[in-house]
Design a protein around this ligand. Structure first.
Ligand code: ZN
Ligand code: ZN
Length: 419
């Protein structure tokens, strides 16, 4: 049997796309011989998904199982489904994923969806659907946030996403530009991307080692519209770049990744902070977020756009108005210097210092792999069904590390590492 290949022209360089797949498997997942892989991706990302499967099997994967999503099908539900549909989610699927993770299956997600896909849909339906989804996803999410297994996110330059980032360019050029930006940020422009990642991981490691040796009690952020003290959880640990999952595999969960991050104390955040970039949340752009914290909880929240969605997010559950992550990214990072708004957390969070509402990472505690949920909560770790990062860093932000005895150590000056 023969098969006709239709020659296709694509604005995406196939060589660098293949390198991205290789980096995802070898650096992002560090997939081990015999390990199975669960892969989710939008249908448009199939060219990347296929290369990922090639590199997965070359690395010795047992079985690669792809789950594809289609934006048209997502929209169609909002247009056609009965109202009760928006409180439903495929719980059986996420229980199956949890089972797969318990059997040491690795997890990769290709992101590249239209960030504004749901922007014209009813906020009530969007928020109910996302709440139902979030609840159903819990067994799978817990195993990922708890780092039970090696997992990784990589990006594909989807057309709708590219047009959002480059609205003035024709679609093909927009895709080509976004592809370039993704390849540069993912360090696949280098001749030996795997070596480039080893070097980058070592640089991030130097920062986390320093922060861990300091054992700060809190971080104090100051800048325009911001005077925020973020208490750090007891026994918190700074992480960044490569990290060791509980299954013994060292992986790079985010490609790209520029951040070092840790767990704030859920009850010790005080003051006010203004976001420095818009937050793209499930199709809604939330702009000019400003919030005030008291005893760890957001007690006041405003936004010039998307405020209703922001309030809904904060009401998702008890932990949704408290912090689960604080992260440091120098203003000079390559993604920041690209000066693009990607409308995608994976990129935008790596352009600036940020905080995240909701669930903390168990891994961001000393000996975190052996702490129970109760112990994590007792040390100040927050629990929630959401985890949403938003940017508070800029070239105008200063950060001091505060010791328990009141001593201050400069950490960031004008958006860059102080030393
Ligand atoms: Zn982060
Ligand atoms: Zn985060």
């Amino acid at each position: 049997m023969t098969r006709m290949e239709t020659p296709q022209t694509t604005p995406i360089d196939p060589i660098r796309l293949d390198r991205l797949a290789e980096v995802g498997i070898r650096v992002g997942l560090n997939l081990q011989p015999g390990q199975d892989l669960l892969l989710t991706a939008p249908v448009e990302a199939l060219p990347l998904v296929r290369r990922i499967a090639v590199h997965a099997y070359r690395a010795g994967a047992g079985l690669v199982t792809p789950l594809l999503s289609d934006p048209e099908l997502t929209l169609l539900r909002f247009r056609e489904a009965p109202d009760a549909s928006f409180d439903r989610a495929a719980g059986w699927l996420y229980e199956g994923m949890a089972q797969a993770f318990d059997a040491n299956t690795a997890r990769m997600a290709v992101v590249g969806d239209d960030p504004m896909l749901l922007s014209a849909e009813s906020p009530d339906k969007v928020s109910r659907a996302s709440k139902a989804q979030s609840q159903a996803y819990k067994p799978a999410r817990e195993r990922i946030t708890g780092f039970d297994i090696n997992w990784n996110l990589v990006s594909y330059p989807g057309t709708a996403w590219a047009r959002q980032v480059f609205p003035d360019l024709p679609p093909d050029q927009a895709v080509a530009r976004l592809a370039d930006a993704i390849f540069a940020a993912s360090r696949v422009d280098a001749d030996d991307p795997v070596a480039a990642w080893a070097e980058h991981n070592a640089a991030l490691r130097m920062r986390t080692d320093w922060l861990n040796a300091q054992e700060f009690h809190a971080l104090h952020f100051t800048g325009p519209g911001t005077d925020l003290t973020v208490g750090l959880a007891d026994g918190h640990e700074w992480m960044g770049g490569a990290s060791l999952a509980r299954n013994g595999i060292t992986c790079n969960p985010n490609i790209p990744s520029e951040e070092v991050f840790t767990t704030p104390h859920a009850a010790r955040v005080e003051g006010h902070v203004r976001a420095t970039k818009p937050l793209s949340y499930q199709g809604t752009l939330i702009e000019d977020i400003a919030v005030r914290f008291e005893a760890g909880r957001i007690v006041e929240a405003t936004a010039s756009r998307g405020e209703e969605v922001l309030h809904k997010v904060l009401e998702s559950d008890d932990g949704a108005s408290r912090l689960g992550e604080v992260a440091l990214v120098p203003h000079g990072s390559p993604i920041s210097q690209s000066d693009l708004l990607f409308y995608n957390t994976l990129f935008d969070e790596n352009a600036a210092c940020h905080i995240a509402l909701g669930q903390c990472y168990a891994k961001c505690f000393r000996d975190g792999a052996h702490l129970s949920r109760e112990q994590i909560a007792a040390q100040g770790g927050n629990e929630s069904m959401i985890h949403i990062d938003w940017m508070i860093g800029s070239a105008q932000i200063d950060i001091d590390g505060l010791h328990a005895d009141g001593r201050r150590v400069p950490v960031f000056r004008r958006g860059e590492w102080a030393s």
